[in-house]
Ligand binder design. Structure first.
Ligand SMILES: [Zn+2]
Length: 468
């Protein structure tokens, strides 16, 4: 993979000239325009929307011409090009459902349409065609509108080898795509006394409608015994926010199995009371959707925690590696823990901010490696830490860039409406809102003092204060 990854999505089957498809395409284009209204790299031209980062990233106004949105993302490029493709894919899926065929050649999934045909279609964007044809005629001429497939969820509940039931992707799912959003049956704190806990749960359960009770009782129980309700809750509860002692039990989300290298991320939206699941990487149709239940650390610590808290032995892709490979992963996980602790040390942030920022950059690199290029929400936290270090010492320029990156990752993996995402957005707009601003003026720099015309390599060096 020295060249780069060819990624994108195809429209399959292509849209017709009919009014239904045209209206949907217009809605899609207005979402894209609105999303990128302040981005100078995204330009609305006479007959299409152009993404300046790549000549092949175009969205024509005439929907029947559109076959593909995709490009080769070079390794040395910053995340921008990949972000455009991921975001436009997500908006397309929200509008066209299963008709959007996501592909990623580095995952062995190629586009549907022939590249020559794609290039010919792009050349035709410049000229407008004939007027609209009514939908019915269009459907018979150009294929049908698979409207019935639009409402299908992105997943199916299916038996998974060795794990009972699990969630499996029905379609290809783009990175950052919201897979499911669900309210819990109820939320609960764990009680010290098992009998009291069981009684409390039976009261909660009786409040639910009959079919919800049945759904709850059909969830897996890894702790069979005298307290069946407690067993189900222990096996299936997800904390409402990281580190929370309150757990939620869900009809569908509770069926998502664990992996130490998950394909999705779960986040609690305290404002809406919903748990959301976002893809952290490209997921192939037919692949299992997994999240992580553990707190990190090397495999022995993770396995111990998973057995004790959830009652199962992890045999995920990492845990079932050969000893030599597993050891490498364990080393990285220990280093992640060590760097996390070092970055979280408040005294060090004050007294040796340069070292802390170096640790952040090192951590980013290890996360990329350990999570195979998709550190997901872990990157959001890391960028937020880098933001805090910079703003504590008065560097608004770097703080703004770090807040932008933290915000972008939160939008992708926790959703734009999540209260934490909104909080980071405010800090991105005005970094001086942060409580630590003004503690030190060691790195004093205004918000506008971001260097221009640097190559992306040079920009990263500036950002992480390399060689300063
Ligand atoms: Zn595992």
């Amino acid at each position: 993979m020295s060249m780069g990854d060819f990624i994108g999505f195809d429209m399959v089957p292509r849209l017709s000239r009919g009014s239904i498809d045209r209206r949907k395409w217009e809605n899609f284009l207005s979402s894209i325009k609105e999303h990128y209204q302040n981005d100078k790299q995204v330009e609305v031209k006479r007959n299409y929307i152009a993404f300046e980062s790549s000549p092949s990233l175009l969205l024509p106004f005439e929907c029947h011409k559109f076959l593909r949105f995709g490009a080769i993302v070079l390794e040395q490029e910053s995340g921008r090009l990949r972000d455009y493709i991921d975001t436009v894919s997500c908006v397309a899926i929200a509008n066209f459902g299963s008709r959007v065929h996501c592909w990623d050649e580095s995952s062995g999934v190629s586009g549907h349409h022939d590249q020559d045909e794609v290039e010919r279609s792009i050349l035709s964007y410049e000229q407008f065609d004939e007027p609209e044809i009514p939908t019915n005629t269009a459907q018979s001429v150009f294929g049908t509108d698979p409207a019935s497939e639009l409402n299908l969820p992105l997943y199916e509940i299916q038996p998974v080898l060795g794990k009972g039931k699990g969630l499996v992707a029905r379609f290809n799912i783009a990175k950052g795509q919201l897979i499911i959003s669900e309210k819990p049956f109820f939320t609960t704190a764990s009680a010290a006394n098992p009998t009291a806990m069981e009684r409390k749960l039976s009261i909660e359960l009786r409040k639910l409608p009959k079919d919800a009770q049945r759904q709850f009782l059909s969830l897996h129980n890894n702790f069979p015994g005298k307290q069946p309700f407690t067993g189900i809750v222990r096996t299936n509860a997800l904390p409402c926010g990281s580190g929370s002692s309150i757990g939620g039990i869900y009809p569908t989300i509770s069926r998502i199995n664990h992996s130490c290298l998950p394909s999705a991320h779960n986040s609690w939206d305290s404002a809406s009371g919903y748990e959301n699941i976002h893809a952290v990487r490209f997921i192939n149709a037919g692949e299992e959707i997994t999240i992580s239940y553990d707190h990190g650390g090397p495999s022995d610590e993770r396995r111990h925690h998973l057995k004790k808290s959830f009652g199962f032995d992890c045999d995920c892709r990492i845990c079932s590696r050969q000893p030599v490979e597993l050891q490498k992963s364990d080393q990285r996980r220990r280093q992640i823990q060590r760097l996390d602790a070092a970055i979280g040390n408040g005294n060090r942030v004050l007294n040796s901010p340069g070292d802390c920022l170096k640790d952040c950059q090192a951590l980013l690199q290890i996360l990329e490696e350990e999570y195979e290029g998709s550190p997901g929400a872990l990157a959001a936290r890391l960028y937020y830490d880098s933001f805090q270090i910079s703003i504590s010492h008065g560097d608004q320029a770097r703080a703004r860039i770090f807040a932008e990156r933290a915000h972008r990752a939160r939008v992708a993996y926790e959703g734009v409406n999540n209260p934490e995402t909104k909080r980071v957005q405010k800090l991105k707009e005005d970094p001086t809102r942060h409580a630590s601003f003004g503690i030190s003026t060691k790195w004093k720099r205004s918000k506008e003092e971001v260097p221009r015309e640097l190559s992306s390599d040079e920009f990263e060096k500036w950002l992480w204060r390399q060689g300063i």
